[in-house]
Design a protein around this ligand. Structure first.
Ligand SMILES: *Cc1c(COP(=O)(O)O)cnc(C)c1O
Length: 406
């Protein structure tokens, strides 16, 4: 048997992520490797830290990458912060809130969950009441949950956490770069992300930032592994329960000690650095505005075709929209037609929304006018062939009108 070289089909990825990577990111990732401690490599690591401080809008020194997909960032944050028996509060408004709960439970936390219906978010009062009742050590909450397309406002939660001595962790994978995110101004202690949403890269690297308070907590649990430990190194009575995701050791690898932990995924770092470089060059407010404009054009076009948008639109993320599948249409069949006839991927949904809602993304490299108009035009034909009466050109026309009025 012979195998052909990898030659994927042409696709336009307009789902909730991954999206097409920016070609500049792919080019950066084709650069040759250098050694783990080559001065060129350590310089790239330092530059990556500096760039992600701008992306997260923070002065946190501890701003770095965890190797692995976004989930690696989440796991490293939670396993490094949580000691077995710790109380952790997880407000859940979608699928990824359930993931935070699940990981916190596996870390041995006493997890307390509050839930709100998918398509809604929490009020600060609800969070304040839960903090008062549970008295958690850690609050873990998703910022933007692609499963419901909504973003939880975080502005007031940081102050609530600070007043109650709670460590504030948030998963900003879906939102970062395409929606306002202010780690320092909002009092976020730890935030994690990934590349394959608004950052315009492939999955496989997880940017993370930790406040001084979070670093202190993690450092207390430091246990340098045997074989590289020296006499003077402390051995914690409560070591972090993962070696790979041990942020105390990962921080020493990214710091002046250059502790020998994992081998930084060089190619992924090249990609992550390029994603951040592009965003910082564009300007974070400008990137957020770009996502807002193209997300609004997509939503406007879908509504103009007579479709119903899902969820509380006041809290919709800029970069993804949920749309109810019209009566009589087979959701998966329509998605297959979008892919087969037009090479365009749109998203299905999880859990209570499965079969009810499609999710259409306009993020990262694909937050553009041409991608929005193409997707609307293709979807119109798919709906018409499926028997839905759609006025010809209604979606693209409304989107074009919106662009003209911006
Ligand atoms: C997409 C998404 C992830 C993805 O995690 P991966 O490990 O990269 O697949 C995590 N969290 C949120 C909120 C997401 O929207």
């Amino acid at each position: 048997m012979t195998f052909e070289p990898i030659n994927p089909p042409q696709r336009l990825l307009m789902g909730p992520g991954p999206i097409n990577a920016d070609p500049r990111v792919l080019r950066a990732m084709s650069a040759q490797l250098v050694g783990q401690y080559d001065p060129a490599m350590t310089a790239y690591m330092n530059e990556t830290m500096e760039l992600y401080r701008e992306v997260f809008r923070t002065r946190n020194h501890a701003t770095l990458l965890v190797d692995g997909t976004s989930r690696a960032g989440i796991e490293s944050a939670l396993v490094s912060l949580i000691e077995p028996g710790d109380r952790v509060l997880v407000p859940v408004f979608g699928r990824f809130g359930h993931l935070l709960r699940e990981i916190a439970e596996r870390c041995g936390a006493e997890v307390h969950v509050i839930e709100t219906e998918w398509g809604t978010v929490f009020t600060p009062e609800q969070i304040a009441a839960a903090i008062a009742e549970v008295r958690p050590k850690i609050l873990a909450i998703v910022h933007g949950d692609t499963s419901t397309t909504l973003a939880q406002p975080l502005e007031e939660i940081g102050a609530l956490c600070a007043a109650n001595d709670v460590i504030f962790y948030t998963d900003a994978t879906a939102s970062l770069g395409g929606n306002r995110f202010e780690a320092d101004a909002w009092g976020v202690d730890v935030a994690t992300a990934g590349l394959q949403k608004c950052l315009g890269g492939p999955s496989g690297s997880a940017p993370i930032t930790l406040s001084a308070k979070a670093v202190e907590l993690v450092e207390k649990r430091k246990s340098i592994e045997a074989g590289i430990r020296v006499e003077s190194d402390a051995v914690s009575a409560s070591p972090i329960r993962s070696n790979y995701f041990d942020l105390s050791q990962i921080l020493d690898y990214w710091g002046p000690k250059r502790l020998n932990h994992h081998t930084e995924a060089t190619t992924a770092l090249y990609g992550a650095r390029e994603c951040a470089r592009l965003l910082v060059n564009e300007g974070l407010p400008e990137a957020v505005e770009r996502h807002r404009v193209h997300g609004a054009a997509m939503a406007t076009g879908l509504s103009a075709m007579g479709l119903t948008l899902f969820g509380d639109q006041k809290h919709k993320m800029n970069n993804v929209v949920g749309v109810e599948i019209p009566d009589g249409i087979d959701g998966d069949g329509a998605r297959a037609a979008m892919l087969g006839d037009y090479g365009i991927e749109i998203g299905t949904s999880f859990g209570p929304l499965h079969g009810r809602v499609w999710r259409i993304g306009t993020m990262g490299y694909n937050a553009r006018r041409d991608t929005v108009l193409l997707t609307l035009a293709a979807l119109e034909q798919v709906l018409r062939r499926g028997g839905v009466s759609v006025t010809a050109g209604s979606g693209t026309g409304a989107a074009l009108d919106m662009y003209a009025s911006e």
